[in-house]
Design a protein around this ligand. Sequence first.
Ligand code: C5P
Length: 222
Amino acid sequence: WTARDLAGIRILITAGPTREALDPVRFISNRSSGKMGYALAAAATAAGAEVTLVSGPVTLPVPAGVKHISVESAQDMYAATFQSIDNQDIFIGTAAVADYRPASVATQKMKKGQTDTDITLTLVRNPDILAAVAATQKVFTVGFAAETEHLLEHARQKLINKKINMIAANWVGVDRGFERDDNALTVLWSDGEIQLPYAPKATLAQQLIRVVIERYRQGNVE
Ligand code: C5P
């Protein structure tokens, strides 16, 4: 690939975890490192694409040339995504968006009760950013399925339920996926799939961008 191969293609990528506040000092989150999304942003930019990265809190450097939008919660990520989605060609959702958020956020730090009684937290559903982007039918959509069991069945179901164009399935759990520098992916679309074997995330990102662009270009000429 040369630095011009993806010239003129605009890609929006979500990455990292989201944080769902309970009060000013506490939140619910997950173990996503953001590495896959940042590696995809770097690979796509290196190939000449114009990349916008909407990212939850991570400790990674922003790849040179990438437009970076920093967010915290799923609702922030949804808003930032829809502010930038017009005129994008491809959306890749790598973010580990929290499925639920606390029903209410305390304005002051929550205090322990006087007695030893437990408390119950009520959680409400967050919007599905990927499914909402797919519903606009204006961009080519790529999702990720991170699963600890029945990976390919769950991934193909997500492809259908979210009405997206492609899904990259990866195992997570002990010693795999999150927080790691390498990974393996199975990429699925309506009538095909490809296996990208275990490799550093930077290599995997380059390969995944190739597969995405190939499908995207086919979709646009058929
Ligand atoms: O349904 P599940 O969370 O497993 O789907 C994962 C895919 O959907 C990922 O691509 C993730 O970025 C995206 N997603 C999203 N918004 C949500 C939940 C998931 O964009 N609220």
